[in-house]
Design a protein around this ligand. Structure first.
Ligand code: 5AD
Ligand code: SF4
Length: 348
């Protein structure tokens, strides 16, 4: 089977995926990206969905070895936004015509069932924006309370589908538990998002193929693929950065495999590659997630260093992102951009 035939195969198996992730020649890669772009257009249309991120707290009880927010990093100034600041920022986001609000933080028990429910309720009183939570692994009764309060989606990356690597990166946590959380979230009606990190120490191409297959098995509504970027004051500070090429290959192959799923062109990709968003959006991605966290907090959410846009005014940064999308000839969606899957919202 030649490359063109393989790219048009309906169901790619693990060997096919590994083969595609190992492609190297410029022409072959362009052919892969073009096919992913075509599949994206066919299954998701040409609009780009925007998700406005509010990083509500950079406290984290976990100690993931690759992450700058890890609990042991005591050189990072920590902050929590007040509920009023979060609600006000959400209003700024909907005023920009962005109708998905992502509430993101480290695992921070301070933001408990009641506080998050209050924030969700207040945002929902003022708009019908979709609310995505990205607050880490939390007790199941909290997920339920937040769903009842009006949350629509939950983003919890699986990070790696290799259980041995998972335990070496996370020490206290297990992959099977993370998957149980994702399955529970889906079972109570959340649209779910997951994804991985690319270029982590010890990770192989086979692991990345398994990441894509795991995303398929989980029947995700959204899948995010971002490069690993070494972060100071972490055990992985001197490791090698994931490459933009491998991130694009994973994005493109994931589009071929997952088809009807939202895939963002990630900020991490845009951080390691000056035209990362453009490259992601033309290799299978259909979503962009601008960070609209206000100053001074946005520069303190240092998962990895020099995050693109973290030193700029949030509104300027969002305007620039919109312009880059339009310059690509793509339209911006001013709708919620819910799951592309039919049965995404069973009752609570
Ligand atoms: N480089 C890139 N992404 C990272 N994340 C955590 N640490 C890094 C890093 N060093 C991502 C993880 C996690 C999210 C909070 O940020 O995928 O899910
Ligand atoms: Fe905390 Fe998430 Fe960073 Fe892990 S990846 S240390 S859970 S913020």
């Amino acid at each position: 089977m030649n490359l063109n035939e393989l790219l048009h195969k309906d169901e790619l198996n693990r060997d096919d995926i590994i083969y595609l992730l190992n492609l190297t020649g410029e022409e072959d890669l362009q052919q892969l990206y073009n096919r992913a772009d075509e599949v994206r257009s066919q299954f998701c249309g040409d609009e780009v969905h925007l998700r406005g991120i509010i990083e509500i707290s950079n406290f984290c009880e976990q100690n993931c070895v690759y992450c700058g927010l890890r609990n042991d990093n005591d050189s990072l100034p920590r902050y929590r936004m007040t509920p009023e600041e979060v609600i006000e920022t959400a209003r700024t986001i909907t005023n920009l015509g962005i109708f998905t609000i992502v509430l993101q933080s480290g695992e921070d028990a301070h933001f408990d069932s009641d506080i998050i429910s209050y924030i969700i309720y207040q945002i929902k009183q003022k708009s019908n924006a979709a609310i995505t939570l990205s607050l880490g692994e939390r007790p199941f009764d909290e997920y339920r309370a937040w769903k009842i309060a009006g949350a629509d989606r939950y983003l919890l990356k699986h990070e790696t589908a290799n259980p041995v690597l998972y335990e070496s990166y996370h020490l206290k946590q297990k992959l099977s538990e993370r998957l149980d959380h994702l399955k529970f979230l889906k079972s109570i009606g959340y649209q779910i998002g997951s994804g991985n990190l690319i270029g982590l120490p010890m990770q192989t191409i086979e692991d990345l193929a398994d990441d894509i297959l795991l995303c398929k098995e989980l029947d995700l509504d959204m899948a995010a693929f971002g490069p690993f970027i070494p972060s100071p004051k972490t055990p992985y500070q001197h490791k090698t950065t994931g490459t933009s090429e491998l991130t694009l290959k994973v994005t493109a192959v994931a589009r071929l495999v997952l088809k009807k799923v939202h895939i963002p062109a990630t900020t991490a990709l845009d951080t390691i590659d000056p035209i990362g968003r453009e490259r992601g959006l033309t290799a299978g991605a259909n979503v962009v997630m601008p960070d609209l966290t206000p100053f001074p907090y946005r520069s303190q959410y240092q998962i990895y260093p020099d995050k693109r846009g973290s030193q700029s005014d949030p509104l300027d940064s969002a305007a620039q992102i919109k312009k880059r999308i339009e310059d690509l000839g793509r339209k911006i969606s001013y709708k919620r951009g819910d799951s592309l899957k039919q049965d995404a919202q069973p009752s609570v």
